[in-house]
Design a protein. Structure first.
Length: 338
């Protein structure tokens, strides 16, 4: 009986290891096959499962299979570690002193939030008021949320909305910094809004709020394909933030970054956390699908998740510097009069 049970466990572990390993390897070819890109979203989770199966195989004395499984899992884990493991953020005052030159004021803060269209509004509003970012990018912005953020209008007089009439909602940009006279780009069907910020002395910063749908079998790939001509023409420096519904290592995000001349910011960690599990377990199974992409002339100082609001997505606060900026940006804070 023991021999039969041992063989069953070994064979079952070997079969599962083959399936999980194949899924992991297929995920690296997501740029070519949309279904594979869907598998890639769960690369970190599949790697953890394959490590566990490797231990079972090792105990079962299937050494070769255990070593091969562990090697595949390790390779997959390395490819996602920069994005799954949150970096330790330095305190804000120290960052400000270190990044800004004498008379500086070059460091800016951006807050990225998927509000969740039907969430309670108070926690999100309180988060914005507490963090006081210079720029806010928002997703799932419907008409009830437009009304909810009305008290913020004095601090953020420059706003851009796109697709707020949709069922789930659209995207938005709130800014203390004036918009330039250039027309906004609004692509409601692709969850995309872009504005150029006027930083003074002829300098500018392009900010994009993005909300893509889920990968295959949904139309995420078609959204990105339609956006490619727009992405290639966006001015630099450039910051793109949003709910991509795709991990930063996925084919979708890599394609998006390549076409926009940007790269995903590492060290944020999982931002979508299922509400079906206890709070202690949620961070262990989350997905890093809220991304911030920056062009090479944007120096990221820190990027960190913020405490949960009523949304199933965590806010992300990013501090960054524009090294080429000659003069401080013109900020508006009517609450303080600054």
């Amino acid at each position: 009986m023991k021999t039969f049970l041992s063989r069953f466990v070994t064979n079952a572990a070997l079969g599962l290891a083959l399936i999980v390993g194949a899924a992991l390897l297929c995920g690296f070819f997501g740029r070519n096959v949309p279904f594979f890109d869907s598998l890639a979203q769960f690369r970190a989770h599949l790697a953890a499962v394959l490590f566990a199966l490797a231990l079972v195989l090792l105990v079962s004395r299937s050494v070769s299979a255990a070593v091969l499984s562990a090697a595949v899992a390790a390779g997959a884990a390395v490819s996602v570690s920069a994005f799954m493991v949150p970096r330790l953020a330095d305190p804000e005052p120290a960052l400000s002193r270190a990044s800004a030159p004498a008379g500086g004021g070059r460091a800016l803060k951006l807050l990225q939030m998927n509000l969740r269209y039907n969430a309670a509004t108070a926690p999100a509003i309180e988060t914005i008021e507490r963090l006081r970012p210079d720029i806010v990018t928002l997703e799932e912005m419907n008409r009830s949320w437009v009304d909810a953020i009305a008290p913020l209008r004095e601090s953020y007089p420059y706003t851009a909305f796109c697709g707020v009439g949709e069922v789930v909602g659209g995207v938005a940009i709130l800014s203390r910094i004036p918009f330039s006279q250039e027309d906004a780009i609004c692509r409601a069907e692709d969850g995309f809004v872009a504005r150029r910020l006027d930083l003074g002395d002829g300098s500018g910063l392009t900010v994009v709020a993005e909300h893509l749908v889920w990968p295959w079998p949904y139309r995420q790939g078609r959204q990105v394909a339609r956006l490619v001509p727009t992405l290639e023409q966006l001015g630099k420096p450039l910051v793109i933030a949003g709910d991509f519904n795709a991990a930063p290592w996925s084919g979708t995000v890599r394609h998006y970054a390549e076409r926009s001349g940007t790269q995903p910011v590492a060290g944020i960690g999982a931002t979508w956390l299922t509400t079906d599990l206890p709070a202690a377990l949620r961070p262990l199974v989350g997905l890093p699908i809220d991304n911030v992409l920056v062009s090479s002339d944007v120096a990221v100082l820190s990027a960190a998740r913020q405490p949960s609001t009523d949304s199933d997505h965590l806010p992300i606060l990013v501090r960054f510097d524009l090294p080429a900026l000659a003069t401080p940006p013109r900020l508006v804070d009517r609450a303080t009069g600054d």
